[in-house]
Ligand binder design. Structure first.
Ligand SMILES: Cc1ncc(COP(=O)(O)O)c(C=O)c1O
Length: 403
């Protein structure tokens, strides 16, 4: 008789987004005349820019002719894309990363969820609090994390690193042994970053203790300040302790196309085993590659035309971010993020995150995300995204101002 994977039964319901959807639905049904503005989800809204669309069209035509048709992609991804990644994302930044260390995938969500597979179940993970939920949930699914403490709202096996305004949203080095450290900068949900010097401390710590850092750089393209690293490999020694995750979702609007990549340096060894080889084996066994046409679109992101077009889109979203941050500050809110990331993280003053959610929904018809949904230390905070259109963003701020 078949049995289910009991580890999956330990998962908590995805309370956050279902609860938001539920409250928004109830409100919309009771107030059909009210126009709701959604600044809650992290999905882009601008269409894919012409350079990438042209590359897609060309690649689609290639698939229609016998001479140019492509079947299965190479395990690690096409060389044309891996070379473009190495050249643009690493060599230009002075980072020593080679094409055989790049694994092209369908995005950072799958890789951030799957990467834990190559580590022992005994490993203790460390995450920021608040955090992008995939890191923890994928470890629950794997059976590495099992016991949830209802009172604390935390998993007992996980080492949490609070990120609040008191520590500038910069996690502090663990005071207990940990093995796998998930870091994400620019951060979702707080929209904040750490400097290269701060990241170097993490790299040094990991090399000293034998921990591995999983560095999620999904929002790297939004960095505007010069002391914020775009890649962990800008830090000395990162090749022996860090894996890096990238996405084409937020920089080029590929949330629906699906493309990303993971970097596993050949110098990274755990118990004498090269993780590059393990991930290659896992990739080759469980994954048959991102579509050829999408990899061609990814290559176009690095063309001069593609770069100019995505910069324009990022500037559009960051104009929203700046508008939201400036206006909220002007209204007296304490505001964080929005400078190197498309997320604004604000203090809900004397309200809980959910009370603030209801106030914004009912009073201004604006939907955001309650910070507590990302972890206990998100309580008292609220996330707004800059991915809406400019006009709606302006209207949303006007409505909040009139609350
Ligand atoms: C921190 C972080 N990592 C990864 C992802 C997922 O990226 P992708 O669309 O490439 O799967 C997201 C998406 O919201 C994210 O916020």
């Amino acid at each position: 008789m078949a049995k289910v994977n009991a580890d999956y039964l330990n998962l908590r319901g995805s309370y956050l987004f279902s609860e938001i959807a539920h409250r928004v639905k109830d409100y919309a049904e009771a107030n059909p005349d009210k126009k709701i503005i959604r600044l809650g989800i992290g999905d882009v809204t601008l269409p894919i820019a012409p350079a990438m669309i042209n590359a897609l069209h060309t690649a689609v035509d290639e698939m229609a002719a016998k001479e140019t048709f492509r079947g299965y992609a190479p395990d690690l991804g096409y060389e044309f894309l891996r070379n473009a990644i190495v050249e643009n994302d690493y060599v230009k930044r002075g980072c020593d990363i080679k094409a055989n260390e790049i694994f092209v995938s369908d995005g950072a969500k799958s890789d951030s969820g799957s990467i834990q597979e190559i580590f022992s179940k005994d490993n203790r993970i460390a995450v920021c609090d608040p955090v992008y939920p995939v890191y923890v949930d994928s470890n629950v699914m794997a059976g590495r994390v099992r016991n949830f403490d209802e009172t604390l709202g935390k998993w007992k096996e996980v080492y949490y690193m609070p990120c609040t305004k008191e520590n500038g949203f910069a996690p502090e080095l663990p005071t207990e042994p940990v093995d796998i450290i998930y870091l994400c900068f620019p951060n979702n949900p707080t929209g904040t970053t750490i400097t290269k010097t701060q990241l170097q401390e993490w790299v040094d710590y990991a090399n000293k203790t034998g921990a591995v850092i999983i560095y999620d750089a999904a929002y790297e393209a939004y960095i505007s300040e010069s002391d914020v690293p775009h890649s962990i490999y800008e830090c000395e020694g990162a090749r022996t302790c860090a894996i890096e995750l990238h996405s084409f979702s937020k920089n080029a609007g590929f949330t629906g196309l699906r493309l990303g990549y993971t970097v596993v340096p050949t110098d990274l060894e755990v118990e004498g085993v090269k993780l590059n080889g393990l991930w290659a084996r896992r990739h080759g066994t469980k994954y048959n590659g991102a579509p050829y046409i999408v990899q061609r679109a990814g290559e176009a992101v690095y063309s001069a035309e593609g770069q100019a077009q995505i910069k324009e889109q990022i500037a559009y979203y960051m104009r929203n971010a700046n508008y939201i941050a400036t206006n909220l500050k002007d209204m007296g809110y304490e505001v964080f993020g929005g400078v190197n990331a498309p997320y604004i993280w604000l203090k809900t003053q004397d309200m809980t995150s959910w009370e603030f959610f209801d106030k914004l929904l009912k009073g201004a018809q604006v939907v955001g995300t309650p910070g507590v949904g990302f972890g206990p230390h998100g309580e008292g905070y609220f996330r707004l995204t800059a991915f809406g259109d400019y006009e709606s963003t302006v209207t949303a701020m006007e409505r909040i101002r009139n609350l």
